[in-house]
Design a protein around this ligand. Structure first.
Ligand code: ZN
Length: 411
């Protein structure tokens, strides 16, 4: 994004503050924030990686006096040490304010009833949705994940109007409501779907089966949590709250700024965070600058809906495969559902790409023909020939958490 003088001054202040803490005090030793006079100077600062944050476990990221800390959150590491993020009262309030702004951007008001399915606890999801909704003055229904029967019953009885969920859980609920023939009894109008890359086809299915408008909300525990950006009704990317953060989009391989409008990795600098400020934090989320002015008139710049994770990019025979691209590809083929899974194996000295996808077709010959279509489209768009396998609807695993779609079993 652009860096005007005012932003440069804010960034310098954020860096100077961060350096009063132990983590950046050490990391940026020898750097004088006053020497940063331009965007170029700023871009010479080293990135901060999740691994660096892990190294500061448990409370090494704390930059404020401990008496100011009111809460901690932790990002779930599937492997290794978790990252602990301390929040001051101001951090918690700023987060609530940003999240409230997200709901408002989605046209949600204090008259809505907000059904929250992400988990509560150490991780930031549920509690972020809760804080923002309370700030807005809406009625919240803090369900947390799981127990689909209870979810649907509460949704029906309490006449929830807004569903907050991951895309995979929203899909699971949508399918269940459809299956039980309850759609007429459900009052949902909007869905706020959390920080996960998901394709157009899956969006259409959730929106269609639930009969709702969908909004993408963005965030990560290291930077407050969900709620630092959201899409508006024009669905042309997510507005980012740049009074609280500065973002860059970089080439994940070289670390240089991505070319204008090009796909790259999102890097975030916090401007106001007290508990654990972060400078040039690599999110590993792939996106691109949306550019231009949004018809909604919001002054906040936009990034595209997430395209994938830079660590999910898989290279096979010189071709890059990433989930967003496969979503887009399969989304354009009739009778192919939004659910798929790719398994990459190494057999007899060759890489094999097995592509499983769900289809609404049931006739064996039709399914074979569809496999041929998918194979040709994949070859043409991605540059490699997969081994496609059509399966029936609901045969691939669903999950309440983020779903992984590409499995690289070669190493
Ligand atoms: Zn807009």
């Amino acid at each position: 994004m652009d860096m005007n003088n005012e932003m440069l001054e804010q960034i310098k202040k954020a860096i100077a503050y961060a350096m009063t803490g132990n983590f950046y005090g050490k990391r940026f030793k020898g750097i004088n924030p006053e020497d940063i006079k331009s965007k170029d100077d700023f871009e010479k600062l080293p990135f901060t990686e999740k691994e660096d944050l892990r190294g500061a476990y448990p409370l090494g990221l704390l930059a404020a006096d401990e008496e100011k800390v009111v809460r901690i959150h932790s990002s779930s590491g599937t492997t290794g040490t978790p990252v602990i993020i301390p929040y001051t009262r101001k951090d918690v309030e700023d987060w609530a304010l940003m999240f409230c702004r997200c709901y408002q951007t989605a046209g949600i008001t204090s008259m809505d009833r907000i059904h929250i399915t992400p988990g509560y606890g150490l991780w930031t999801a549920g509690i972020g949705f809760q804080l923002g909704a309370e700030r807005l003055g809406a009625m919240t229904i803090p369900m947390g994940p799981g127990n689909t029967d209870k979810q649907i019953k509460m949704m029906e009885d309490l006449r929830s109007t807004v569903l907050c969920a991951t895309s995979s859980y929203a899909l699971l609920l949508a399918e269940e409501i459809e299956k039980r023939g309850l759609r007429e009894k459900i009052c949902l109008k909007k869905g706020v779907i959390g920080s996960e890359r998901w394709g157009e086809k899956m969006r259409r299915r959730i929106a269609g089966e639930l009969g709702v408008e969908l909004y993408d909300i963005y965030g990560l525990t290291e930077i407050y949590g969900p709620g630092i950006g959201i899409s508006c009704k024009y669905q042309c990317g997510m507005h980012m709250w740049t009074d609280y953060l500065y973002y860059e989009i970089i080439d994940p391989k070289t670390g240089e700024q991505a070319e204008e409008g090009g796909i790259g990795e999102l890097v975030i600098t916090t401007l106001q965070k007290e508990g654990s400020p972060l400078i040039r934090y690599r999110t590993h989320d792939l996106t691109r600058e949306a550019g231009g002015v949004c018809p909604c008139g919001s002054p906040y710049p936009r990034i595209d809906t997430l395209i994938g994770r830079s660590d999910d990019m898989v290279k096979v025979k010189g071709a890059m495969i990433y989930p967003g691209r496969v979503d887009e590809l399969l989304g354009g083929i009739q009778d192919v559902s939004s659910e798929y899974q790719i398994q990459i194996d190494h057999l007899n000295g060759r890489d094999i790409v097995n592509l499983f996808f769900e289809t609404t077709l049931t006739d064996k010959a039709d399914m074979k023909a569809l496999e041929k279509t998918v194979e040709a489209a994949f070859k043409q768009n991605i540059g490699i020939t997969p081994h496609p396998v059509a399966v029936g609807m609901g045969e691939l695993p669903r999950s309440e958490k983020k779903s992984t779609r590409i499995f690289d079993n070669r190493y």
